[in-house]
Write a protein that binds this ligand. Structure first.
Ligand code: TXA
Ligand code: MG
Length: 342
């Protein structure tokens, strides 16, 4: 029996009814697919942690349908300082932006893992919005992958061979909303009395946010070294544990140059490779003909999954500058490369 269904009104009604009774549903968003539960239902939310084998200290993002409904997750009214910060970025919603704000008591402690803040976002995917509009409660949804694995960007990824263990025991329904537009998770920014701080780079660039707040990118990231260096920079709780890793060992391209490649190596290229280079690999996935980083982000996780299934000894991935969309791409790749083979 297939779990995957196209997003007809009937299917969305069914999804809403399932969520209302504490069940889990996989849903498309513009970033990645999410594993959704009623954010007001502690048992339902606890099931997400079990299904994903997610560390209990890694809080979830809460999705709401509109700005008018953020009070379902956030303690209102905000202080004038936090309201000012929110106003700077509010028109980026709906979209791939998550803000961390003081939590409403209605949100389960399990969602926030005991913090006094909550991460909230309004997704722009039309199917996610149609579902949220139908539901009289907010939806908690982490990415619909097992903890530490690559996030899903298609409905098939949610149920495929690399899906959550025992998926049929946990997910009642996967709503197919097509391929995700952004392909990397939302940008997370904490709004704080002492000023905003970028916790995770994503679909909205750090440059865009910094400009909105009238500060520099360095101020937004507090001048900390990027995750690449292995320090705890720019880190949302639980993020160190999220490696986005395929099981196959992964190496970033420049450090690979002097090293002999194993026989079965695959390459993820950000733009067309020259044929001599390409010939060294048994598979080459080219994410963009021209090196467009939006295209690279969109295709990256699916390519990692495909190569991970190809029984390779090594996956070699291109790199790019850590600015614009490149910041999110390199953040995910450094995490994937850091964890090595498992
Ligand atoms: O694009 C996305 O954000 C996707 C889609 C499904 O919306 N969701 C997603 O969720 O990426 P997840 O669970 O993979 O990442 C959520 C991250 C957590 O790792 C945690 O670091 C951060 O959000 N987070 C949640 N609540 C927080 C809080 N109160 N303070 C700081 N960070 C928080
Ligand atoms: Mg995730």
């Amino acid at each position: 029996m297939t779990l995957i269904h196209l997003p007809s009104d009937d299917v969305l009604d069914r999804a809403c009814a399932l969520l209302a009774t504490g069940k889990l549903v996989a849903i498309p968003t513009e970033t990645v697919y999410g594993l959704a539960a009623n954010a007001w239902d502690p048992d339902a939310v606890a099931r997400i942690f079990t299904a994903k084998q997610r560390p209990p200290n890694n809080p979830l993002i809460v999705h709401v349908a509109s700005v008018a409904r953020i009070g379902e997750a956030v303690a209102l009214p905000l202080s004038s300082e936090l309201q000012w910060q929110l106003d700077c970025v509010i028109d980026l919603w709906p979209g791939p932006l998550t803000v961390v704000l003081p939590r409403s008591q209605r949100i389960s402690d399990i969602v926030t893992t005991g913090r006094d803040t909550v991460a909230v976002r309004i997704p722009s995917h039309s199917v996610a919005l149609r579902l949220l509009e139908r539901c009289p409660f907010p939806i908690a949804a982490p990415s619909a992958n097992r903890s530490n694995y690559v996030s899903p960007t298609t409905a098939e990824h949610c149920v495929g061979t690399a899906a959550l263990p025992g998926i049929h025991d946990f997910i009642e329904l996967v709503i197919d909303g097509g391929n995700c537009d952004f392909g990397v998770e939302s940008t997370i920014v904490a709004l704080r009395p002492e000023g905003p701080k970028l916790l995770r780079p994503g679909g909205v660039t750090a440059e865009t946010l910094a400009k909105r707040f009238g500060i520099s990118v360095d101020q937004l990231t507090e001048c900390e070294t990027p995750a690449a260096s292995g320090t705890t920079a720019m880190q949302a709780p639980g993020m160190m544990k999220e490696h986005y890793s395929p099981r196959t060992p992964l190496r970033l391209y420049p450090s690979d140059r002097e090293v002999a490649l194993p026989k079965r190596s695959g390459r993820i290229a950000f733009q067309k490779l020259d044929p001599v280079d390409a010939a060294r690999y048994v598979i080459v996935e080219t994410l963009s003909e021209s090196g467009d980083l939006g295209e690279v982000a969109r295709g990256l996780f699916a390519a990692l999954r495909r190569l991970d299934q190809a029984e390779l000894d090594l996956i070699v991935v291109d790199t790019c500058e850590s600015s614009g969309m490149g910041l999110a791409i390199m953040d995910r790749l450094h995490r994937a490369a850091a964890s090595g083979s498992r």
